[in-house]
Design a protein around this ligand. Structure first.
Ligand code: NAI
Length: 377
């Protein structure tokens, strides 16, 4: 099978998420890294792209140049990843979809709900794929959890509890550090800080495993470091369409917690627990029974988890391979195979609606508000 051609915007030298995309896209030999506009500084971006092996004529200085350069090529890219800061996602994603490219956009997909709905419409009209990088949903044992819930193995889900709380912005003396400060500045980050950054991963995960959508929510936001305009800690209660009760805590000042993303799903006949720091294990307890550890790579997993377990049982698989699973699903989808677990533009706009609903609720001291985007009401 010939490799698909892949390009990336953002993810330049020293960026946080760029390496995970490069490892992920190329892990299975499905994509060839063919084009890039990797940096907000054109000269550095071109030079870095060439250092990574991209041909000189496809090492672009900015995304508009890349769009023009790729548009009419016979061997144009099959997929572009948008891994730039949040405020640029909308215009880049929209422009590439309109020009007929498949897109993988980093989260949050947009800054506003209106922009999110626009992306859903543009993706539909173009017939192209618009995926959003909720990569935690691609860990094999998360897919296993979703398959177990769908298969009725824990009964109807009553309650889901999830945290994405780390302590990496907990040092008040660091609050002025430019790499930290923008995250809590509305001019740069939008209406929400920590909830839009990490909370939406947890909310997406709850929807993904429970196979249900978030309907309404009530939020309490706090800026525990007073110089921060946006929240660095949030507690969000929510309800899903099927009646499941949801609790979500997200924080960036939880000193001592490292990655800090975990989820527990409690059904009528059992409970499941997964944590990003032990991603190869799913903890399962049937009602009245013993707790079991289900391991990635063991016999008898659901097909959704089995097909994404790459190396033998007990050999750890981590974050870049979860991202690689997103690229596997994308390669299949580009070749016309339906991939049910791939997060898309609808997930992206649901997250934006939840972010804006949470901001609204927090301003009204936790009032319950509709968390659905207007297009899905
Ligand atoms: P970063 O600040 O570390 O890197 C951003 C990169 O984009 C830099 O190389 C910069 O030069 C480049 N860039 C900026 N504007 C550009 C433009 N107009 N054209 C081309 N390149 C441009 O940011 P980081 O942390 O890598 O985040 C990027 C995106 O990835 C954000 O939207 C963030 O929310 C998301 N992210 C997602 C994660 C996930 O788990 N899915 C984890 C970390 C980040």
């Amino acid at each position: 099978m010939t490799k698909l051609k892949w390009g990336m915007i953002g993810g330049g030298d020293g960026s946080q998420i760029g390496p995970a995309h490069r490892l992920g896209a190329q892990a299975d030999g499905l994509f060839e890294f063919a084009a890039g506009a990797l940096d907000h500084r054109p000269v550095e971006g071109r030079a870095y792209a060439q250092r990574l092996g991209i041909a000189e004529d496809r090492a672009y200085g900015d995304w508009r140049e890349m769009l023009e350069g790729e548009r009419d090529r016979a061997d144009r890219i099959d997929l572009v990843t948008v891994a730039t800061p949040n405020s640029t996602h909308f215009e880049i994603t929209k422009a590439f979809l309109e020009a007929g490219f498949n897109v993988l956009c980093e989260k949050p997909m947009t800054l506003t709900v209106e922009e999110g709905e626009e992306i859903v419409r543009v993706a539909e009209a173009s017939g192209k794929i618009c995926a959003v990088n909720y990569c935690y949903s691609a860990y094999p044992m998360v897919r296993q959890a979703r398959a177990m819930v769908r298969n009725g193995e824990i009964g109807k889900v009553r309650l889901v509890v999830t945290n994405f709380s780390h302590g990496h912005h907990g040092d008040a003396t660091d609050a002025d550090n430019p790499r930290v400060r923008w995250r809590y500045d509305p001019a740069m980050a939008g209406v929400s800080g920590q909830f839009a950054d990490c909370g939406i991963h947890a909310l997406h995960m709850a929807s993904f495993i429970c196979d249900d959508a978030v309907d309404r929510l009530s939020a309490d936001f706090a800026s525990t470091i007073p110089s921060r305009e946006l929240e660095d800690d949030a507690m969000v209660n929510f309800r899903m369409t099927g009646g499941t009760v949801g609790r979500l805590w997200t924080s960036s000042v939880a000193i001592g917690r490292q990655h800090g993303f975990d989820i527990q799903v409690f059904g009528e006949t059992g409970g499941l627990r997964w944590a990003s720091e032990q991603p190869n294990q799913l903890i399962s307890t049937p009602v009245g029974g013993r707790t079991q550890i289900i391991e990635k790579g063991e016999a008898g997993l659901h097909e959704e988890a089995r097909r994404l377990s790459r190396v033998a049982i007990a050999h750890p698989e981590g974050f870049p391979l979860a991202v690689a699973n997103i690229y596997c699903d994308l390669a299949d989808a580009i070749r016309g195979e339906t991939r049910d677990g791939l997060p898309g533009a609808a997930d992206g706009v649901r997250s934006m609606a939840a972010v804006h609903a949470a901001v609204d609720s927090a301003r009204q001291h936790g009032a319950w508000v509709d968390a659905r985007p207007p297009m899905f009401r």
